[in-house]
Design a protein around this ligand. Structure first.
Ligand code: IPE
Ligand code: MG
Length: 215
């Protein structure tokens, strides 16, 4: 979900207003996913590196997260959304950790899974998994990751013109397709979503084998 800050700057607004607009974009995209029968949506909301931002922005982002969880919890439950957080959650405040676990527990039977990466870094996740891993190969290792019960992403979209993975789902992205767009995350709407999805649909996925994999 990249480009919130630049979206705000272009409108001479504070960065946090870009983040707020970004949260609205998330709600819209979740809706499009459901219309398309997509069952899992993972969003990169806060990276292990984002702690290095100004204290004011970190606090504002954490407050935005807390209020998002508080305000949306009933809607998520009602809409059959299973909420799940991946990342180093011990970095978060005790109260945020508590509201996250409560929401995860409350929504655990939801049909659609919204995964929010918080204080997340792919390398950090792999290191934590390595501490738990006691052999058994790739599948067993996958079960030690934060995404243990979540399938690998088919498509990874990055907005705002950056052409990097930035430590997102490093292990899980092994065979993912990528879509990059210059559009800033708050402006990512239905048209952009369809473009990304159509681009994905027109690709042949071979997953390392010679024969195409049907989607
Ligand atoms: C993405 O927007 C949201 C977070 C990382 C929290 P940015 O804050 O990275 O926006 P830009 O990249 O400065 O435009
Ligand atoms: Mg950015």
């Amino acid at each position: 979900m990249d480009g919130n800050g630049r979206w705000a700057k272009a409108r001479r607004k504070p960065r946090i207003s870009g983040h707020k607009e970004g949260a609205l974009a998330l709600d819209r995209v979740m809706h499009y996913c459901r219309e398309e029968g997509i069952e899992y949506l993972t969003v990169y909301a806060f990276s292990t590196e984002n702690w290095n931002r100004s204290r004011a922005e970190v606090t504002a982002l954490m407050n935005l997260l807390s209020s998002y969880i508080k305000e949306k919890s009933d809607t998520l439950l009602k809409n059959q959304v299973r909420f799940k957080v991946i990342g180093r959650r011990s970095d978060l405040s005790k109260s945020l950790q508590k509201s996250i676990s409560q929401l995860e527990e409350k929504t655990k039977d939801g049909q659609f899974t919204l995964i929010v990466a918080l204080s997340y870094g792919g390398r950090d996740e792999i290191l934590r998994a390595a501490e738990k891993y006691s052999g058994g190969g790739e599948e067993a290792f996958s079960k030690c990751l934060d995404t243990a019960d979540i399938p690998d992403p088919d498509l990874i979209i990055r907005t705002s013109g950056e052409l990097r993975l930035s430590n997102f789902l490093l292990w899980q992205a092994a065979y993912s397709e990528f879509y990059f767009t210059d559009v800033m995350w708050p402006d990512f709407g239905r048209e952009e979503f369809d473009k990304a999805l159509n681009s994905y649909k027109n690709r042949e996925r071979r997953m390392g084998s010679r024969k195409g994999v049907r989607k």
